[in-house]
Design a protein around this ligand. Structure first.
Ligand SMILES: *[C@@H]1O[C@H](CO)[C@@H](O)[C@H](O)[C@H]1NC(C)=O
Ligand SMILES: *[C@@H]1O[C@H](CO)[C@@H](O)[C@H](O)[C@H]1NC(C)=O
Ligand SMILES: *[C@@H]1O[C@H](CO)[C@@H](O)[C@H](O)[C@H]1NC(C)=O
Ligand SMILES: *[C@@H]1O[C@H](CO)[C@@H](O)[C@H](O)[C@H]1NC(C)=O
Ligand SMILES: *[C@@H]1O[C@H](CO)[C@@H](O)[C@H](O)[C@H]1NC(C)=O
Ligand SMILES: *[C@@H]1O[C@H](CO)[C@@H](O)[C@H](O)[C@H]1NC(C)=O
Length: 322
């Protein structure tokens, strides 16, 4: 009789360690401010840098692009069908109407609702994505402050209570010591979240500050935070770049330690998404929603990104997860 149970589990894509072994993760697209100058003759309405896609793929996830500026019903489908969401880094404004921040805020609220109903739905924010988690958590208020941490690789400064965090609950010793001693977190940001701004906005009861770092002027910023109640995680640095971005002027480290740490954060992220058991309503919708339906392009020689997915207005109109 036991084999019937195993077949049942296989059919539902569930296993005994997590809820799915084949997670599908959404990546929210961004306005093209950071890249438009490289494409003066193209009307790009949003884009996703391929390094985030490859980062998730490197731990066994597949990706769907998530459009900005869509209806609530669309974002409800997104969170119902996917196993988690990544808010990528990049450059945009949080006050754009129908933009990245507005979409992130809607998804944040939907993810809170899912988790409150007992459905484990992770959100992972990288760089600007961590800042947008704070924006959404503060009810749509931009609480970031200016700082200067461009092109700097740093070891993490762990909070004394870091071992209570979920991020570092099962971290191998050698990864922890690399994170502590080596320059393995690559920062590229002019805005920061700090203990003070979280305090001032009553967010310290909600978010656990796991690690901090100093910017080039010695200003202390939060480099990892996690939600105390929900599986929401912010990484201020870029774990995806050391394996997948190679623009020389950005001085991204590519040594073995950086690549190993990158893999740790990819495994953590995808591991969290594996705890969710959402599925697409059918294989056809799943298949035509995957990012592999779109062509990746090689970025221009001076672009910050090696490969990108560029979207016009037509893709969001066609690919609505229905
Ligand atoms: C959005 O914010 C930017 C930067 O703070 C500002 O320059 C711009 O005027 C704002 N736009 C709107 C529509 O409020
Ligand atoms: C999915 O997980 C929820 C709890 O998170 C559980 O109630 C539900 O039964 C699970 N569904 C499947 C198909 O495993
Ligand atoms: C660490 O956690 C303990 C118990 O949860 C708490 O009393 C203490 O204030 C925390 N320390 C820091 C530095 O956050
Ligand atoms: C990390 O980088 C700083 C400069 O940014 C340098 O002074 C330090 O020696 C580096 N540490 C290691 C372990 O490479
Ligand atoms: C934070 O909480 C205090 C006490 O409840 C309240 O007076 C204050 O307005 C809150 N601040 C913000 C930014 O919500
Ligand atoms: C790329 O940047 C280099 C250095 O700034 C410059 O010399 C070169 O002209 C740029 N190439 C293109 C195609 O813009």
């Amino acid at each position: 009789m036991r084999w019937i149970f195993y077949v049942f589990c296989l059919l539902l894509r569930i296993n005994f360690l997590g809820a799915t072994e084949t997670p599908i993760v959404g990546i929210l697209a961004l306005e093209p401010y950071g890249i438009q100058k490289f494409y003066p003759n193209l009307h790009i309405s949003s884009y996703i840098s391929a390094s985030y896609v490859k980062f998730l793929e490197s731990s066994g996830a597949r990706v769907i692009p998530v459009w900005i500026g869509q209806s609530l019903e669309y974002y409800e489908r997104v969170v119902r069908f996917t196993n988690g969401m990544l808010f990528p880094g990049g450059a945009t404004y949080f006050n754009e109407s129908k933009g990245y921040a507005e979409a992130a805020k809607i998804i944040f609220r939907l993810a809170e609702e899912l988790n409150d109903r007992g459905i484990y739905y992770p959100l992972i924010g990288i760089c600007l994505g961590m800042q947008v988690l704070a924006f959404a958590s503060a009810g749509g208020k931009d609480i970031r402050i200016g700082c200067d941490a461009m092109k700097v690789s740093l070891p993490l400064e762990f909070d004394p209570n870091y071992s209570e965090s979920r991020v570092f609950k099962d971290t191998p010793k050698e990864i922890l010591s690399d994170l502590r001693d080596k320059n393995v977190t690559y920062n590229y940001h002019k805005y920061c979240l700090t203990d003070e701004v979280l305090n001032d906005n009553n967010l310290t009861d909600i978010w656990r500050i796991v690690t901090r770092n100093d910017d080039i002027h010695g200003k202390k910023f939060i480099s990892i935070m996690e939600h105390k109640k929900y599986p929401f995680y912010g990484f201020q640095f870029h774990p995806e770049k050391s394996k997948f971005e190679f623009q020389e002027r950005l001085m991204i480290p590519h040594d073995l330690y950086n690549r190993r740490v990158s893999q740790f954060f990819a495994d953590f992220t995808v591991g969290e998404c594996s705890k969710n058991n959402n599925t697409f309503p059918d294989r056809n919708i799943e298949h035509r929603s995957l990012i592999y339906n779109f062509n990746v392009v090689l970025g221009p020689i001076n672009c910050s990104y090696l490969q990108l997915y560029l979207f016009t207005d037509s893709e969001p109109a066609q690919y609505q997860l229905v």
